[in-house]
Design a protein around this ligand. Structure first.
Ligand code: TXA
Ligand code: MG
Length: 306
């Protein structure tokens, strides 16, 4: 990355512009978290409902502590997994640093310190919290390559940073630490990894105001998606997990490796969607480890989560 690209991207953020920012999970559409006009432009570019709050990205734990109130559990999780693909929902400490619109009016804030070197460099150059929802238009699969990010929302940005393909390929795990520790979104850090530090996780509340991101149809391609398919139909594209024989195969992981499957998932959904197939059939994915997050995204892609 050319340092001058980073400086112009940080300047674009300071001027209220939007920036495509690579992270280790997926590409984000970044804006100054303290600037309501910039944040409004993020919602508009994604066509995202304004009741769905954004994640504030910070350079490090110290910066996170300035905007959110950390308890012992939050300290433990941040020490173990930051920088990295874990988002913590905590009571807000500085209501202006992450503006009300970014928080969708809640008195909580979602924070994460990403691990991608380009994201870290941008956050340091900018010097404050940056909101960055996944750079897809609302309801569509998250972009895991620079090209996919540009295609989704690139036209609305003042700068775009190419950090290569995202290593993780699934969005961060979201854990709320308001009362009981709750899993709001399964993700790259597994349930078992979190429970090992803070004990059993409660489920996301049915109360949509507290976990507004849990919309049913989400991450969805245009074609119909069928899950748990061992024998795809003729004309269907097949997202395989393990060796497969079919006309149109998009291999998530021949070796049945869940991390590899996670990294390929959104790119393969996109490719299958434009392959000329009549639909997308997906192989069964085991519900263990990263499989929980993969199956969560697949169910939403198929429109099955209520
Ligand atoms: O991996 C990621 O987290 C990516 C990269 C770019 O960092 N970002 C991302 O952001 O996935 P987004 O906006 O697509 O997802 C944020 C999720 C949503 O489900 C939202 O509802 C939830 O976090 N969220 C944010 N603030 C919240 C809050 N205060 N309370 C509950 N949920 C919150
Ligand atoms: Mg998203």
């Amino acid at each position: 990355m050319d340092p001058s690209d980073l400086i112009s991207a940080a300047d674009a953020l300071k001027a209220g512009g939007l920036v495509l920012m690579p992270t280790e999970t997926v590409y984000g559409l970044a804006a100054d978290a303290a600037n309501p006009r910039a944040v409004a432009a993020v919602f508009a570019a994604k066509d995202r409902p304004s009741f769905n709050p954004l994640i504030a990205h910070v350079a490090d734990l110290e910066a996170a502590r300035r905007i959110a109130r950390f308890d012992d559990r939050a300290e433990k999780l941040a020490a173990a997994f930051w920088p990295g693909p874990l988002t913590l929902v905590l009571p807000v400490a500085d209501a202006d640093a992450v503006c009300e619109l970014a928080r969708a009016g809640l008195d909580t804030v979602a924070v994460r310190a990403p691990a991608h070197p380009v994201a870290r460099a941008l956050l340091e150059a900018f010097g404050g919290p940056v909101v960055a929802p996944s750079a897809n238009r609302s309801g569509r699969p998250s972009p895991t390559t620079f090209e996919a990010a540009v295609e989704e929302t690139g036209a609305r940005t003042a700068a775009a940073l190419d950090g290569g393909p995202c290593q993780v390929g699934l969005e961060s795990t979201v854990v709320a630490l308001l009362d009981e520790a709750r899993l709001l979104r399964p993700g790259a850090i597994t349930r078992a990894q979190i429970e090992a530090l803070v004990g059993p996780l409660a489920e996301a509340e049915a109360d949509a105001r507290r976990s507004p991101g849990r919309l049913a149809r989400h991450y969805a391609p245009d074609l119909p998606v069928r899950l748990d398919v061992s024998t795809p139909g003729r004309g269907e594209a097949y997202l395989a997990f393990g060796p497969a024989r079919h006309d149109l195969v998009f291999q998530l992981s021949e070796a049945r490796d869940l991390a590899e499957a996670a990294a390929n998932l959104f790119a393969h959904l996109r490719a299958a969607d434009r392959s000329g197939a009549t639909g997308i059939a997906v192989a069964p994915i085991p519900q263990e480890g990263l499989g929980e997050a993969i199956n969560d995204r697949l169910k939403r892609a198929a429109g099955f989560v209520g």
